[in-house]
Design a protein around this ligand. Structure first.
Ligand code: HEM
Length: 126
């Protein structure tokens, strides 16, 4: 059967369970990657959860409460201490690998990556 084009990426990926599983795997990866983990030092678990939830809704085109300004503000301190394109790229790669491990098909991973890509200038305060 052909995929209905109106179905959101969120639904096509497999709904809330698939998304939660992706986020758990993604943050495990981020926190154990020596290039990225220093940025998460001292961040409390509640903030991390908010960032996870916002990240996943953005990555799947769901409704989110973050404007570009919100993302700029949330990462401004990190940019001052060196957050750059290479870190952003690494997060996108980890997200793709986490999804791949969970059996999400490549075309959907590419769609999610393209959605995350739209936040680059804001996250990196460019
Ligand atoms: C790739 C696109 C990204 C998105 C969509 C995103 C999303 C978010 C959001 C929505 C928040 C705010 C949470 C809150 O209000 O409490 C946040 C905070 C945070 N993000 Fe990101 N993020 C991205 C990239 C990154 C990268 C590349 C890093 C570092 C490697 C990072 C590290 C953090 C940290 C440490 C915080 C907490 C900041 C603080 O409270 O001081 N994020 N992120």
């Amino acid at each position: 059967m052909t995929q209905c084009p109106m179905k959101s990426l969120f639904e096509r990926i497999g709904g809330i369970d698939a998304i939660r599983a992706t986020v758990v795997k993604l943050y495990e990866r981020l926190l154990t990657d020596g290039r990225l983990s220093p940025f998460f030092e001292g961040i409390d678990i509640e903030t991390l959860r908010r960032s996870q939830n916002a990240f996943l809704t953005m990555a799947t085109g769901g409704p989110n409460n973050y404007t570009g300004e919100g993302l700029r503000h949330a990462h401004a301190r990190l940019v001052k201490v060196g957050l750059s394109d290479e870190h952003f790229d690494a997060v996108i790669t980890h997200m793709g690998e986490a999804m791949s491990e969970l059996g999400v098909e490549k075309s959907l991973i590419n769609e999610a990556a393209a959605l995350v890509e739209t936040t680059r200038a804001d996250v990196l305060n460019k």
